[in-house]
Design a protein around this ligand. Structure first.
Ligand code: NAD
Length: 260
């Protein structure tokens, strides 16, 4: 069978997901984009990736917090591309607040989007991957899937859960040529991080400059942000034959954050 596959990348209208989608398309894989945003801008992005890479690129607007819409995303991808070989569970949101002030609706959303959505998407695509005896699941977890920071209780909980799902499904997929891995990035300058700088400043009584220096890059020993394209390159590598024995791993790409 050809090395060119079909991928779903959730939350790929921005940031890391967009870079992963681009890297997979560059490797020749068809890609179904997903995520929120202005429909005109999303269609421009979709057409741009298609033009730059030559790979077919679709888009589905499923809200990943809603299991019924995840079913629609999977059905639409199968209808458009005929199969699903690669699933990148990337959609994610963040709220920074001490637990006693943490908004309950945000807790529910973070668990739904960052963790439960991945479970549902795997639930709906695993049978197809087993039947075709090839699959790649890549969960975009976080350094916060391995270690914690204060004021991020829901996010840390969801990302640790995502790493647990990675291990469990690696065992279920292992004899079916399905690998399941988590990528655990440190800080990447995307809209998600830009938004939490003022939130962290407020939660911790710091200036925004202090948050960047003393919170974000203090943890990251390279003292620089991870670039989205570096995560895209790792995801594309995990989809190659060379990576077929890497499964159940939680791979940090975090400038040494979790090394100490
Ligand atoms: P981002 O805000 O730039 O992008 C998030 C994407 O998810 C967007 O496309 C958005 O539309 C989509 N999304 C949000 N809610 C959704 C929903 N309910 N349904 C469908 N799509 C939805 O964020 P990012 O920094 O690129 O984050 C991507 C992933 O990487 C997240 O899971 C995040 O936790 C993880 N991550 C980010 C960093 C970082 O420093 N930026 C570090 C570690 C892990």
């Amino acid at each position: 069978m050809t090395d060119f596959r079909t991928a779903i990348v959730t939350g790929s209208t921005s940031g890391i997901g967009l870079a992963v989608a681009h890297a997979l398309a560059e490797a020749g894989h068809a890609v179904m984009l997903n995520g929120f945003g202005d429909p005109v801008e999303i269609d421009r992005l979709r057409a741009q990736i298609e033009a730059e890479t030559g790979a077919p690129v679709g888009y589905h607007d499923a809200d990943m917090s809603r299991p019924d819409e995840i079913v629609d995303l999977v059905d639409a991808t199968e209808a458009q591309f005929g199969r699903i070989d690669i699933l990148v569970n990337n959609a994610g949101i963040q709220t920074v607040a001490p637990i006693e002030e943490f908004p309950v609706d945000r807790y529910d959303q973070i668990i739904a989007v960052n963790m439960s959505a991945a479970w549902h998407a795997c639930r709906l695509t695993f049978a197809g991957m087993k039947a075709q005896r090839w699959g790649r699941v890549i969960n975009i977890a976080s350094a916060h899937g391995l270690v914690a920071s204060p004021c991020k209780s829901a996010y840390v909980m969801a990302k640790h859960g995502l790493v647990g799902l990675t291990k469990a499904l690696a065992l279920e997929g292992a004899e079916h040529e399905i690998t399941v891995n988590a990528i655990c990035p440190g800080y990447v300058m995307t809209p998600l991080v830009e938004k939490q700088i003022p939130e962290t400043a407020a939660a911790r009584g710091m200036t925004e400059e202090e948050v960047i220096r003393d919170v974000l890059l203090a943890a990251q020993h390279t003292r620089s942000f991870v670039r989205p394209g570096q995560i895209g390159a790792l995801a594309a590598y995990l989809c190659t034959a060379a990576a077929s024995q890497i499964t159940g791993a939680a791979l940090p790409i975090d400038g040494g954050w979790t090394a100490h």
